[in-house]
Design a protein around this ligand. Sequence first.
Ligand SMILES: [Zn+2]
Length: 406
Amino acid sequence: MNTIILICLAFSFNTLFATPVLDTLVRREGSVRTIIKKNEMIHLLGNDSFDGKYFKIVLKKSNEAISFHDPDKNLVLKAASVYYHLNKSREFWMKDMQFAKIQEMPKITVRLELTNQFDEFGHFANDNRAPQFNNALSIPSGQTPDWVPEDRRDSWNNEIWFRPVKKILTKDLGNLGPNPMTVALQALQNPLIDYIQNQFNVRLMEEFFYPSYVNRPLHEDLIRYAGTYALMKLILHGSKYADRLFLDKYYYLDAAFVPEIAYHEFAHIVLSDRLEMSHSTPVNEGMADYFAAVQSRTRKIYARVKGHSNSRYKDRDEKKKYTHWDEATRLATSDFTLSVLWDVREVLGENYGDKVVFHARHFLETKSSTISEGLLRAILYACEEKCEFPRRDKLILYETFSKKGF
Ligand SMILES: [Zn+2]
């Protein structure tokens, strides 16, 4: 009799405390290659669905957690991967970044396969309003206003939404951003234009002050300089049509299968105590990219995931120099801001770099901060408070920024 009770007790304790282990999609340590690996589903409230202490993974608009036994095996793998990477990210913020406030953060609902747009007054916009695919976003907490009929009232905490994947013909996407050849030429173009303009200015000065020294009429030189400039522009223009050489026929991004996207979205929520999640800007996207890059520990983030995404990676060591185009909202997803912040980490070291970049959010605003004004100033202010030797380190930062073209 006693043994039976003991066995029963042991069994129930076992089911209470054993952490389920499931297949997840992860990147191989230090590489962009992805593999399927068994991982523990920590902090779960039960043992048969993705409902945890900190994250609940649901399908579309549902409020029920996805079951481990859902017949859709791909959905279970997806939910397990997202659940694993988000909990991992939470540990990073708690342990590595020592961000204690994470303890007070309300539980986050994570929605997979949701196509609805976000509506700040209604949670989900109407089903037929332009469905969304191939991306992910974090949404701020909110509630429907009082005038909304009772049966449609809703309130929600911070959520992360992953859109379903959809293969889109690349040619239908329009401008996907410059291809690698254009980027290389653009990097070359700026110094060259500077050179041409300088040469031309010098020539103008000569014409003005020392006309007798000049042995060629001004207009000839003008044509020469303008010619080089036009040629450069033409090559640059032509290279844009070479896109087909660099891109696949189809574009697709199953965001829930890209580990760094989970890190990126969670970073938005952590940073949202200062950086509102109202819209994307080069500054708030760059900040979220930075912490995604810190957690991924590879030079390239968001790299291809075989069978799930052929989206272009972002390179934390991107060498491009600053131009005012980098401030444009439509370039919010470029890797320029990430590369500026990564340089900060390189010169201050991991520890101080991460502290300074994180602290910089106190001096930033999603609505108004630009890279050249807001972000650089915020980094310097943050260094004043968090750097090991602020005076020395600020000088180092000035130098780093000027190398980046500021
Ligand atoms: Zn983002």
